[in-house]
Structures are given as structure tokens and as C-alpha cells.
Design a protein around this ligand. Structure first.
Ligand code: CA2
Length: 150
């Protein structure tokens, strides 16, 4: 039986499309969610798309994913650079994890060059703008397929 792909979004991403369009573009998070649902459906998957401004909520969702998700695509936003709690939660997950960023943090301030998530991620994608979301869903579908017995 298959489970959804969780697409988890961290703090302030609810404001996507309304501020800093030169960095993050002008597409709203609701439109990004629709892009993920459309791509997942075309590939025979279901996405559970979530956003929270609270670190603990994201930790809870990662715990839910331990038995409830076939893959996690996560844009932890600023928590990428600070959260040992998210790192520790992700260590308990057996499914593939894709760390995703809209911008390329390595082209930005030095504090964004450090990620607590990359060491436990299966793969990392950044710098594609919001197009990275459906791309990550598609990449996740590939990772899930590769794990299934023939
Ligand atoms: O590029 C990304 O996706 C980031 O994860 C976005 C985070 C930033 O702290 C990371 O370094 C890179 C910031 C998310 C804030 O989202 C907003 C989007 C539009 C307007 C205001 C906030």
C-alpha cells in the first residue's frame, strides 16, 4: 500500500509571492501546492502539502512521516540553518528525503551556507525557483520507484 509524499514547508513560506519577489518570485504557496498535486497525480502519487511557522509542528509532521509517508520533500526555510531538532527528527525516517530551496543559499549570506538537513537528506535541490517543487516531486517519485522490489 502506498503512502503520500509529504511536502513540508517551514517558517514564512506562507508569505511566498507577496514579498521579496526578486529572490523567491511572485507565485503564491497555494499555486505551488497545486503544481505539486498536478505533478504527483500525473506520476500516480499523492502529495500531502503542509506549511508551518513552528519548528515543533514540523518535527511532529516528520514523526508522522515515519510510518505515514513514502517520501519527504522539505523546504525547512530558515530552520535549515539552525534546527538540530529537525535534523534529529529526520534521522528516524527510513523513506527518501529531498531538501529543497527556492533560492540558491550558497549564492547568499554565509549563514545560509550551513544546512543541518543536508547530511541526512537523500538529495538536495536549490536555485530552480518554485519550479523546484514539481521537479522535487518528480525526483521523489523516481527515488520511490527505485526502492520498490521489481
Ligand atoms: O530559498 C529557500 O527556499 C529558503 O529555504 C527560503 C528561506 C531562507 O531562510 C533559506 O535560507 C532559503 C526563507 C523563506 C522565507 O519565505 C518568504 C518568501 C517570500 C516572502 C517572504 C518570505
Amino acid at each position: 500500500m502506498s503512502n503520500p509524499i509529504f511536502v513540508l514547508n517551514g517558517p514564512n513560506l506562507n508569505l511566498l509571492g507577496t514579498r521579496e519577489p526578486h529572490i523567491y518570485g511572485s507565485t503564491r504557496l497555494a499555486e505551488v501546492e497545486q503544481m505539486c498535486h498536478d505533478r504527483a497525480r500525473a506520476l500516480g502519487h499523492v502529495v500531502s502539502f503542509r506549511q508551518s511557522n513552528y519548528e515543533g509542528q514540523i518535527v511532529e509532521w516528520i514523526h508522522e512521516a515515519i510510518d505515514g509517508a513514502d517520501g519527504i520533500v522539505i523546504n525547512p526555510a530558515a530552520l535549515t540553518h539552525t534546527s538540530v531538532a529537525i535534523l534529529d527528527a529526520l534521522k528516524n525516517v527510513k523513506c527518501p528525503i529531498i531538501e529543497l530551496h527556492i533560492s540558491n543559499p550558497h549564492q547568499r549570506e554565509a549563514f545560509r551556507h550551513v544546512s543541518y538537513v543536508t547530511p541526512v537528506a537523500t538529495a538536495m535541490m536549490c536555485g530552480f525557483g518554485v519550479t523546484g517543487y514539481p521537479l522535487a516531486v518528480e525526483a521523489m517519485a523516481g527515488l520511490i520507484k527505485a526502492r520498490r522490489p521489481a
